[in-house]
Design a protein around this ligand. Structure first.
Ligand code: ADP
Length: 362
């Protein structure tokens, strides 16, 4: 049964609002959540996978460490009760969604989280992301309907989170066939993937991943940071001179290994804000209560100075790790030290003060 707003309201009714614990899975982008919780005066609980708690302990991330065999164990009813007993508020991030599981988050995981649990599915399914982009009038790479229609450089993608493994670039139907064969030979694709290929125009531009925070309390979208990804092996590959690249005959992969902070030229910021505003606006109508808390739009900026969006995160994105102590943009709004994790905790503090906790959790 789908967890409703009412179910969550019943849970928080029983919470001791003076003893809230900020809690998340110790992975992905949790470190600045824990630090932000400390800065805003909350008790902290880190759920760690057995044998993977070292970074969190060394960084003094939590007041309580709960060790599980595997993250999916948080779905256990007794474990959930334990979280509710500590008045836990969860902040969701990429690993939380991946390990707890979308269906469980929607139907079973009855612990309040800051953000909209029902929008998480939307970032995971390409057709839904497209619907959001179209409604928000956000430019996306043009879709090519079938390998035989490839008439320009295209990026070919496949479903599921594979870190870009098996993705390839080609500019002709023959090139498509050749690369599919190669990927199958490498074991990165199966023959059946041919039918599942998503083909879109290759956008030759620069990556800008924009990290927004939508506050239901102030009804504003804030721009808190921007990042770019280090991707293996593509970032290594381009360091080889073109002649040697051909000889090396390596296939590019896009496995994210880290992130670095960037700033966009100032004249692009109105476009960046407009995109965030429009996405938040349509999301509120299409998937109520919309994009609460952190969200991210991943874009390419072209030489026409236009952002072309290729993905979203409907929760805290990994690129928020580039501003654990604040970004140039969060500095402009908040002064030093405002990470995304801390912004969550600030919202929580304000919601508690205004007696509006139910407005920021689902
Ligand atoms: P994943 O689904 O694995 O997250 P993405 O859709 O984020 O994959 O794409 C992985 C990487 O491929 C991006 O970070 C970007 O570098 C590149 N990329 C994605 N789409 C395009 C595109 N249309 N044109 C050019 N590069 C792209």
């Amino acid at each position: 049964m789908v967890i409703t707003k009412d179910d969550i309201n019943q849970v928080i009714k029983k919470y001791d609002k003076k003893k809230i614990t900020v809690c998340t899975i110790a992975s992905h982008s949790s470190l600045h959540v824990f630090r932000g919780a400390k800065d805003e005066g909350f008790r902290r609980c880190a759920i760690c996978a057995k044998g993977r708690d070292i970074p969190y302990r060394r960084f003094d991330s939590a007041d309580e460490y709960l060790i599980v065999d595997k993250f999916a164990d948080v779905n256990d009813p007794k474990f959930q009760q334990h979280l509710r007993d500590m008045n836990a508020i969860i902040t969701p991030h990429g690993s939380f969604v991946a390990y707890v599981g979308l269906e469980k988050i929607e139907n079973d995981f009855l612990v309040p989280m800051i953000g909209n649990r029902n929008i998480l599915r939307w970032e995971a399914e390409r057709e839904r992301v497209t619907k959001l982009f179209e409604a928000a009038n956000i430019r996306k790479p043009q879709k090519i309907y079938g390998p035989d229609k490839i008439d320009r450089p295209c990026m070919v993608k496949f479903p599921g989170a594979r870190g870009g493994r098996g993705y390839f670039v080609t500019d002709s139907p023959a090139g498509f066939d050749e690369k599919i064969k190669l990927m199958v030979k490498k074991g990165w694709l199966e023959e059946a993937d041919r039918e599942r290929a998503h083909i879109e125009e290759y956008v030759a531009g620069d990556i800008y991943c924009m990290h927004y925070f939508y506050s239901p309390l102030t009804k504003t979208v804030e721009m808190l940071g921007m990042d770019r990804r280090h991707e293996a092996n593509i970032d290594g590959l381009v360091r080889i001179p073109a002649k040697d690249q051909i000889e090396a005959n390596l296939q590019p992969t896009y496995v994210v290994t880290g992130n670095f902070p960037v700033v966009a030229r100032e004249s692009l910021l109105d476009q960046a804000f407009a995109m965030g505003d429009r996405l938040a606006e349509v999301a509120e109508k299409m998937v109520p209560p919309g994009l609460l808390g952190a969200f991210c739009i991943q874009t390419m900026c072209t030489d026409n100075l236009e952002f072309v969006a290729f993905e979203i995160s409907a929760r805290q994105d990994g690129g928020t790790n580039t501003f654990m102590d604040g970004s140039p943009y969060s500095y402009l709004k908040y002064g030093p030290g405002m990470s995304m994790g801390r912004r969550y905790c600030l919202e929580l503090k304000e919601a508690l003060k205004q007696n509006r906790l139910e407005d920021i959790v689902t």
